[in-house]
Design a protein around this ligand. Structure first.
Ligand code: B3K
Ligand code: ZN
Length: 859
């Protein structure tokens, strides 16, 4: 498959101002008639041929200006036509079988309904079209189909007419007045019911809102509706963005490749990000729903009104929209806790990507399959890069920058460069060097040393950006670091400062310190870098107890544990000194447990041990089994040393009345965490406690937490509660997904056998992405399962990729990256991983998606 390069971008030779589509809908056969008005693009090189992308389509009829033509040809699936003049009307008929579409791209059937997913290149599976984001058109859509099978007919924009025929069919006409690229087209036809509400915009317009779901799911849509209304209000207040249609529809579907899709006026969602009630959804699910509803809604401006010129600019809409959803969630709940969660996701998903074979800049230079670039780098690092601009400018000036961006580029397909220039002009920043953040892959490392002499503290900083595939040499990037220097006697500092490291090496001096201060740096995680520093454990304990920046406090706890475990694993700390390190960690934990000034949501963050993948990241070559064993052993030590304290927390938290308040949510968080430590340190006592928590639960957070702990333990409670959970929730697909995920992520030594058996369970299917992900994604994080020394875990994932690839290549390709970590893993496992990658690479007929990921991983 061809390599597509960013520098090869050329405007399309034709404009397509209007599209009209007529669908005759059927699950097995849908007939599509399209009519495109095309005009020569004066701003592009002239060409008398027009290439209309197609994927798996055969044209049944082609007419130009009303005349049937036979002079068309197909080129790799694309329809090629020769056009004599400057303006034409092209009409094409195609026929598709939605029920056979297991890729879930284009028009497909899901549980008796029809729906679409067009981003990035799915529209070409519906009809022939210049399927690229810089071709903007207004769409008129006629939908027609059997009334009993598809009582609800939805598309983008506003419904302008509907009617019935005598033969049992009905139809609806939809008109979207806003020009859009084809990837934002959507239609849905099915037997659905709506939760309806209204929103009055800042200029007083009324918008009809509807969340469409299957009959039985209606009572689980309240939280999604609240989240939608909060998003609409928030975007008006925080970014001055008003909604621009009379209706806004959301549809929940259970077969979906991603989380959700921002189609203009008709967002299509994975049910996972819509449906929730206390019985079936955890606090984490509630937060995720709020975040994703916000994210898709915010795309209406950052993505739809201003879209991307080409797919290399994906971070223009995704990075910015992730930042917007992060700021929204921070405003809706606890901002410090949200920031810590964001960083944890970045470190566990994006840092490994940035240091592995799939590393790419937030604005990639080339791709073969664009679906492979919907990554943590484009999304989450992209958000961090824009957040740094906001930190450099301050929120008010940043807002002037985004106002200018929306004003300048409304109605356009823009580039990352357009965004940076608008922020430069609107916020008054010089971002010349900053643009390197868009060009270079790899997580910059900052080493620092604090020197003290007389009354001056001097901070010496040095940055390196590591080499990544295709980018052996890197330039320094500007790194904004928020910092504070604490007086270790008073426990206070004189105010936070922002320093920006722009050179490879730079020093900053601070006077007025008769004693060496304690440095708190990269506060709020002001830059997405990894900090290398030698900090005395007592300074970390000091910061963990005293820092007034919540993230820095969390970071001090993490550093304390990372330093200890890394030292033990690399041998720089002898096993004999293990006790000393543990004592320091134990004191810090005890302080966190006893600190009355902390709320439980924050306490919960401070009690989380650094994850195994983040720990592996800290080592040049990782041994997953050793990391797991050392981390578990620390957990067990904490659980038994602080058994009384954890049991007390569990008891106190269990007495908090359940509900939606932050206090109740915090109590649930620390309750299960206490159980996790107790399970490691005092398994017998905790099995009974977990079973009791399970039985007493009136909400999914407590029930899932208890069951998570039990699945890692041996003993009869494990079996009993797993059976109870399944029987209680069988038939509820989202909860059955949890049941699979709990078992496949568990600490149980037989996790591999469990996953093997679950793959044979009657509820398991390769056809449903949620189900596939719930069984196999958590498994890729298990040291004893995925990283089993026999290589059986790796083989299992490789077998999955091979079996899934012909069904759903997009989802299959997502499983390649865990296998791609071989260069950073000890030699025995590295060889096993490579062998599996080679086995996949050798399979005939591999999809473009999987092929690209496997060859990059071997490369
Ligand atoms: N824009 C969609 C992504 C769809 C990608 C499909 N390969 C979801 C989102 O970021 O909002
Ligand atoms: Zn998005």
């Amino acid at each position: 498959p061809a390599l597509i390069r960013r520098e090869d971008y050329r405007p399309f030779p034709w404009l397509v101002p209007q599209v009209s589509l007529a669908f005759r809908l059927g699950l097995e056969k849908t007939r599509v008639k399209s009519a495109l008005t095309v005009n020569r693009n004066a701003r592009a090189d002239h060409s008398s041929t027009i290439r209309l992308n197609g994927d798996g389509l055969t044209p049944l009829e082609v007419t130009v200006d009303g005349e049937a033509i036979n002079s068309w040809s197909l080129d790799g699936g694309d329809l090629m036509l020769t056009l004599a003049g400057d303006s034409h009307l092209i009409e094409i008929v195609t026929e598709i079988d939605p029920s056979a579409n297991s890729q879930l791209m284009g028009l497909y059937a899901s549980g008796g309904m029809l729906c679409t997913q067009c981003e990035a290149e799915g529209f070409r599976r519906i009809t022939f079209f210049p399927d690229r984001p810089d071709v903007l058109s207004t769409y008129k859509v006629r939908m027609e189909g059997p009334r009993d099978a598809f009582p609800v007919l939805l598309s983008n924009g506003n419904c302008v007419a509907r009617g019935e025929a005598d033969d049992g069919t009905h139809w609806a006409d939809w008109h979207d007045p806003w020009p859009k690229p084809s990837y934002l087209f959507a239609l849905v036809a099915g037997d659905l019911v709506a939760n309806r509400d209204t929103f009055i915009t800042m200029s007083g317009r009324k918008v009809d809102l509807a969340i469409w779901v299957r009959e039985g799911d209606l009572e689980r849509t309240a939280h999604a509706m609240d989240s939608l209304k909060n998003s609409m209000k928030w975007d008006e207040e925080a970014f001055g963005r008003e909604y621009d249609l009379d209706t806004f529809n959301i549809v929940a579907v259970s077969d979906f490749n991603m989380g959700a899709m921002e189609n203009k006026g008709l967002n299509v969602f994975n049910t996972k990000y819509v449906l929730a009630d206390r019985e079936t959804a955890t606090d984490g699910d509630y937060d995720a729903i709020e975040g994703v509803i916000g994210h898709e809604y915010f795309h209406n401006w950052s993505g739809n009104r201003v879209t991307c010129r080409d797919w290399f600019q994906l971070s223009l809409k995704e990075g910015f929209t992730v930042l917007r959803d992060q700021l929204f969630s921070a405003d809706m709940g606890s901002a410090p806790v949200k920031r810590i969660e964001d960083v944890r996701i970045l470190r566990s998903a994006q840092f490994p990507e940035d240091s592995g074979p799939l590393a790419h800049p937030i604005r990639p230079d080339s791709y073969r399959e664009i679906s492979n670039f919907y990554t943590a780098t484009v999304y989450n690092k992209g958000a961090e890069v824009i957040r740094m601009m906001r930190t450099l400018a301050g929120p008010e000036r940043f807002r002037e920058g985004t106002d200018l961006y929306f004003e300048r580029h409304d109605g356009e397909a823009a580039t990352c460069e357009d965004f940076v220039r608008a922020i430069e002009d609107g916020a008054g920043l010089d971002l010349k060097q900053f643009r390197r953040w868009y060009e270079q892959a790899g997580t910059p490392k900052v080493s620092l040393r604090l020197e003290h002499q007389g009354d001056t503290a001097t901070l010496h900083l040095e940055q390196t950006v590591p080499p990544t595939p295709g980018q052996p040499d890197k330039q320094p990037v500007p790194i904004p670091l928020r910092l504070a220097l604490f007086d270790r006697k008073t426990g206070r500092h004189d105010g936070e400062q922002l320093v920006t490291l722009t050179e490879t090496r730079q020093s900053f001096s601070f006077s007025g310190f008769s004693q060496p201060p304690v440095l708190s740096v990269n506060r709020g995680f002001s830059a997405p870098v990894s900090i290398e520093r030698e900090t005395a454990p007592e300074d970390l304990v000091f910061l963990a107890a005293n820092d007034d920046d919540a993230f820095a406090r969390y970071e001090a706890m993490q550093d304390l544990v990372v330093g200890h475990l890394r030292g033990l694993l690399s041998g720089s700390i002898g096993k004999a000194e293990r006790g000393e390190g543990r004592e320091a960690i134990g004191r810090a934990f005890a302080a966190v447990l006893a600190d009355d000034s902390l709320d439980d949501l924050m306490r919960g963050e401070l009690l989380i041990l650094p994850g195994e993948s983040y720990l592996a990241e800290q080592m040049l070559i990782a041994d997953p089994a050793a990391i797991h064993a050392e981390r578990e052993s620390l957990k067990a030590w904490l659980g038994s040393t602080l058994e009384g304290e954890f049991a007390a927390v569990h008891e106190r938290a269990s007495a908090v009345e359940s509900g939606n308040s932050p206090e109740a949510k915090g109590a649930r968080k620390v309750k299960t965490q206490a159980l996790v430590y107790l399970a490691a340190g005092a398994p017998e006592r905790s099995a009974a406690m977990a079973a009791a928590q399970y039985d007493a639960a009136d909400n999914m957070t407590d029930r899932q937490g208890a069951l998570m702990v039990l699945t890692g333990l041996a003993g009869p409670e494990r079996t009993h509660k797993l059976i109870d959970f399944y029987n209680r929730f069988r038939g509820n697909a989202l909860v059955v997904d949890k049941w699979f995920a709990l078992q496949s992520s568990s600490l149980h030594p037989q996790v591999l056998e469990h996953v093997k058996a679950l793959a044979e369970h009657p509820d398991f299917t390769l056809k449903n992405p949620n189900r596939v992900r719930s069984l196999y994604m958590p498994f890729t994080g298990t040291a004893r399962g995925f990283h089993a020394e026999s290589g059986e875990g790796y083989r299992m994932i490789a077998d999955l990729i091979l079996a899934l690839d012909p069904i759903n290549p997009q989802t299959a390709a997502r499983f390649v990256s865990p296998l791609g970590r071989w260069r950073r893993i000890e030699p025995v496992r590295a060889a096993l991983l490579r062998a599996e990658l080679e086995r996949i690479a050798a399979a005939p007929g591999l999809s473009r998606d999987t092929h690209e990921q496997v060859s990059r991983s071997l490369g």
